[in-house]
Design a protein around this ligand. Structure first.
Ligand code: MG
Length: 269
């Protein structure tokens, strides 16, 4: 198989990606507080866009080309059977839904990309389990992203969680390399592809993003040209982190600064 060119990042470049990643995490933290019954997806998106622009960053999804023109929003918000790429609008979030929010930001040319699925109010155990295990599969995929392992180890770690739970694994959309572009080589499948894939090495930066369903793996793009939903109408969850592979193992980039580091510098100096 043809090995496409992959751009490895220096530790200084990874630090710059961590700045973008931190901003994306802060945006998702804020939206997590706001995802409540009655809020519209447009309102959530407006908050995300404001936070990104106030930080002097660029919302990376804006301008992504699509079949009916460029994307115009800072987030994708996908509810229940929608998997990814739901368009923010006047729709109101309702109790009992699962709401997946995907956000991306560019800081000084470097991308951060992350997604979380939020549970709104009371949902059946089966639903909260889907959301939790999809997140856990992302964590398993990240843990497998160690120098010397192979790309397929990430895929297998993610797929194993779905296999054990009996979930569908979306195949049409996968994770990806990330850096100065939102989508770089290599692709990161959430299932075994039959190929070992490239060897993982320090400097490789990836967006790891499992999409699991309570039913089958088949998805289709809706009439708006963007929204991807399950064909069988089953619920879907989506979690994503951008990570860097370092000598010491995987480093999650789309994570907020630990509280201790937010304390002011020594007072009086
Ligand atoms: Mg992504």
């Amino acid at each position: 198989m043809l090995e496409r060119r992959v751009a490895l990042k220096s530790s200084a470049q990874i630090e710059r990606m961590a700045v973008a990643g931190r901003l994306v995490a802060e945006v998702l933290d804020r939206l997590e507080e706001l995802v409540r019954p009655g809020v519209t997806t447009r309102e959530l998106d407006a908050v995300a866009e404001r936070l990104i622009r106030e930080a002097g960053a660029i919302p990376s999804f804006v301008g992504v080309p699509g079949p009916r023109g460029a994307y115009r929003h800072a987030t994708c918000i996908s509810i229940d059977d929608e998997v990814v790429h739901g368009i923010p609008g006047p729709r109101r979030v309702e109790d009992g839904q699962i709401v997946s929010v995907d956000a991306g930001a560019i800081v000084e040319g470097w991308h951060g990309d992350a997604a979380r699925t939020f549970v709104v109010g009371d949902v059946p155990d089966e639903t909260s389990r889907l959301v939790e295990l999809t997140r856990r599969s992302m964590d398993a995929g990240i843990a497998a992203a160690r120098p010397g392992a192979f790309l397929s180890d990430i895929s297998a770690a993610i797929e194993d969680v779905a296999l054990a739970a009996g979930y569908g694994v979306v195949r049409q959309f996968v994770g990806h390399g990330i850096g100065t572009e939102m989508h770089e080589e290599p692709q990161v499948a959430n299932f075994r592809t039959g190929s070992r894939g490239r060897r993982l090495e320090p400097g490789l930066c990836l967006a790891i993003e499992p999409m699991f369903t309570l039913g089958g793996h088949e998805v289709a793009v809706g009439p708006d040209g963007w929204t991807v939903a399950t064909v069988d109408g089953s619920l879907a969850a989506h979690w994503e982190h951008s990570i860097a592979i370092t000598e010491d193992g995987p480093r999650v980039l789309t994570i907020a600064e630990p509280a201790a580091e937010k304390l002011p510098q020594a007072v009086g100096l």
